[in-house]
Design a protein around this ligand. Sequence first.
Ligand SMILES: *Cc1c(COP(=O)(O)O)cnc(C)c1O
Length: 478
Amino acid sequence: MHTRLRTTRETVMTAEADPNAHTRMHSVSEETRSIVDLVLDYSRRRLLATDTPLDHASSPGELTRLAGRTISEEGIGASRALAAFEMVLAPACITTDHPQYLSFIPSAPSKAAMAFDLVVSASALYGGSWLEGSGAVHAENEVLTWLAGEFGLPAGAGGVFVQGGTIGNLSALVAARDTARRARTGAGLPARPEGGWAVVCSAEAHSSVKSAAEIMDVDVIAVPGGDTGSLSAAAVREALESDGERVFAVVATGGSTNFGIVDDIAGVAALKDDFDFWLHVDGAYGLTAMLSPLARHHFAGVERADSVIVDPHKWLFAPYDVCALIYRDPENGRLAHTQHAEYLDVLTEQAAYDPSDYSIQLTRRPRGLPLWFSLATYGAATYRDAVTHSIALARRIADEIERRPGFSLVRDPQLSVVVFERDGWSKADYERWSDQLLEDQQAFVVPSSHAGRTNARFAIVNPLTTFEQLTAILDSMK
Ligand SMILES: *Cc1c(COP(=O)(O)O)cnc(C)c1O
């Protein structure tokens, strides 16, 4: 056993004495077995626990005081390191899969998906190339093809699982601009239009679209969403009529993060008959709702998209962090993203499907596999039921809010986000109430705001969230 603390001098002497010291971390030994057992035992307990509290953030000073110094020349051993995690660090992380975590967009990974994430790590899988990871890539691609079918995209649509929606939006927009550039140079025009490239989106589009535009050094033409907050075809037409040549892409949001409102995707898609642009649908949170008969109709027009994204770590019950990026014609992604280097030629010269060719990431874990395993295990119908449950619950609690004196809905929910106000409350009232909810470990509901007014917001994706839990939160707003 190597858990006894040693001085550096002793370690050096041991290293001299033990010619196999350099293999300690990798060989299978008694120590390795006990480390693996410890970690699997913890994972098993956490995965099957039904009473993990919400927990809350701590300060750096408090964490240093409680966890002590964990990094040293000699190491503290697995049992002490795991104890520091279990007793100090984990309780300082909010339990994002708690049924009463209702802020931002929560995460609600299925048990099968969480458990299989361990398998992905245990197998050291590489998902960047067919040569190295064909089995994993095959399974990921089956999921992407299934999703593309759900979204109404044609056969042949495909892409790659990337880290998150921000990378997905950026990768899609880079492919869109590359396609527009190729069209221009093919027609004998300069690669860049006069005035520079621009992307059109709703003023309520996700911040990552603006961030992508910033990175790409292109302009954002933000079109006001109107009363409903949804991007209208008429507003996009106006932008295209005045700036059309500069616009390489229009981003429609399939479920805004703040309200879960879907843009007029069908109307925007119809503009493709009159204008030349790449339609990207950012459905990081909301596109999953297409699985439910309660919401599918909101998404008419997605079938005409050139690219879409959806985050399985939001509403497709996968653990962090994963985004499905799907191109209508993956060749546009490949042309934009394939990296060329002498050491990579062996890959790029083969005709095989290399996931790395479809986004800005090269090295990647096959992060779509937890979703694949869960979908394969439970079947798509189980997903439809779970998604439908959240949409129905959002509708039901919205009705309850409308009915209650002293409460008002900010907007009618379309998907599973419900935004409401407590009449007469100031920002400080919301903050005091929200802090108290977390202190009581009842719920995690942080205040949000719209048009300068503070509000409260339920984002519901966890199938274990109940109507009674939500009404108890409303009751606490006194
Ligand atoms: C969450 C979200 C994103 C960003 O996704 P990340 O996975 O957090 O990078 C982009 N667009 C929308 C609509 C989102 O809800």
